[in-house]
Each structure stands twice: as C-alpha cells, then as structure tokens.
Design a protein around this ligand. Structure first.
Ligand SMILES: [Zn+2]
Length: 297
C-alpha cells in the first residue's frame, strides 16, 4: 500500500465521520464509519471529509492557490513560521504528539513548519528523535483546490478537506492546534484539543502590510490607513487563557514579480482596482504577526 494512503489508515481513529459523527476505521483504501459512510483516500494523499460537496468560493480557485504557493515558497513568512516552530518544539515533551493545522490553504506554510520543527535545536538527542518521529501532523482546509496542491510531494502530513465549524476529528485527540492567518472556531478547538492542549494562533500584527495599506488609502480615501488586531485579540481572550505572545516582524524588499504575486493573493486587494495602485512606488513590505500561545477556557 502506498505511504500516501497508509498514513490515513494508521490515523483512522483520529478522524470521525463528518455525516454522523461516529468513529472511522480503515476499509481498503477508504475510511468508513459503522453506518457505512465511506470516504476514499486520494492516491496523492488527501481525503475529503465533508457532509456534502462544498460550493467553492470563486475567488479562492486553483490559480489563486498556485500563486499563493509560489509566493510563500520564496520564504516571505519564514520569520513567522520559525517562531511557531520554536513554540511547537518546546511543547513536544510528551511521546506521540499530534498537531492539527486548521485553514492550511495550499499547505506551503504547514510543510515549512513541519520541516522547521524537525530541524529545531533541542536540548538532547533523545528529544530530537522524539520530535522527528513522533509528531503526527494533520492539516485541513475547506478548499478542494488548496488541498490538492498541498498534497503534492511526499509529505507525511495528513491533508484533509473539512469544514472548520464541524471538524471531522475525534474529541481530545490533539496536543496542538495551529491557526495561521485563518479564521477560528474556538468551540471546535476546545473539543479536539486534549485537556491542557495548546492553541497557537497567528494573527496579523498592527504593522502588517502597512506600506500596502497606505498605498491603497492614498488612492481610496474611504479606506483606513492603519490596521488594528484588537477585535481578533479580544476574541482570543474571551475563549482562551493566553500563556505568551511573540511579535515576529520583518520588512522585506519585494521585486516587481513578487509584488504582482502578492497583490493577487492578499484580501486587501479583492475590492480594490489594481490599476489604481502605482506598482513602481511599492518597494518594501512589512510582514508582521502576533504569535499567541494559549489554552482553552
Ligand atoms: Zn457516518
């Protein structure tokens, strides 16, 4: 059996049926529940665990995720993912840890995160072996084209298509949930995390994309020049007990090609006429995030 399929059969007990909520078990090259709801595992190594076929959002199509994957592969968010990997590697003190990355999109950052965790400096060789061999990574997104891109290559990550509001994951089965620049569902995070499991939520920092926000505001007087993450932080504080929070910030020089890729990717530009922005005036871009580690209330 191919490793891309086997990794799901090995983890069947971690998943649950998105239709009836029962546990899943391996059945040939599929996952199946006692009521015979059956979910085929794609040869590349992903599985769709949805109640019904999700209507895809027109903006988030295959070319969108191809572009995002190409841009993020250049390491634009590396300083942020490094901090997340550092937090995760410090948490790997129990055997057989599990991590779920929600809203993973095209999976570029999840793969980078897994690689950085595996290569993170640790106190002892035993700890290094443990981190390498016993962290099982699950990653989901609602978007079928995103997961089909994520599943390329021979990653051990269990990629699955799922609805954040109804995660097809067993109760108390995850040690860590990571949520990188994605929406949250705190009730579901609490349900799937073990008691004392950790949420690592990455939210945009106050200066995130400030050069672009200002360029947009210059030509669109109605749009704000500055960004605040106060609402997001209040949401976290309402549902979680924050243990610590780290700011990762870098101001990077983007070439014209990267700027074009970035403008096609960022939601900031979804309702803005691209021709109204003077591309030649854009040089540096600040990529900033607050990395919040918390337990659920
Ligand atoms: Zn079922």
């Amino acid at each position: 059996m191919k490793a891309s399929i086997e990794k799901f059969l090995d983890s069947a007990q971690t998943f649950r049926c998105p239709i009836c909520g029962s546990g899943l078990h391996p059945a040939g090259r599929s996952l199946q529940c006692p009521r015979n709801h059956t979910f085929d595992i794609a040869a590349k190594g992903s599985v769709a665990l949805l109640r019904s076929r999700h209507t895809q959002d027109g903006l988030y199509n295959q070319p969108f995720f191809e572009n995002r994957s190409a841009l993020l592969s250049t390491g634009l968010y590396d300083h942020i993912v490094r901090e997340v990997a550092h937090d995760v590697s410090l948490l790997l003190d129990s055997p057989a840890s599990s991590l779920l990355d929600v809203g993973c999109g095209d999976g570029t950052l999840t793969k980078r995160l897994q690689n950085l965790i595996a290569s993170a400096p640790v106190d002892s060789p035993q700890q290094q072996d443990q981190a390498l061999h016993e962290l099982t990574v699950f990653a989901c997104d609602i978007s079928q084209p995103a997961i089909s891109i994520a599943a390329r290559g021979n990653s051990s990550i269990r990629w699955f298509i799922a609805d954040l509001a109804k995660l097809p994951i067993a109760d108390s089965s995850m040690d860590i949930v990571t949520d990188i620049f994605s929406p949250a569902n705190y009730e579901e995070f609490k349900r799937v995390l073990r008691p004392q499991g950790k949420l690592i939520k990455v939210v945009p920092g106050k200066h995130h994309l400030m050069e672009l926000r200002r360029a947009i505001a210059d030509s669109h007087a109605a749009l704000p020049k500055d960004y605040s993450n106060d609402d997001v932080m209040q949401g976290i504080e309402q549902h979680c007990t924050i243990q610590h929070s780290t700011l990762a910030s870098a101001t990077l020089h983007l070439d014209n090609a990267q700027w074009r890729q970035f403008l096609a990717m960022t939601p900031l530009m979804f309702h803005v006429d691209k021709s109204s922005i003077d591309l030649d005036s854009l040089r540096n871009l600040t990529i900033e995030a607050q990395i919040v580690q918390a337990t659920m209330k």
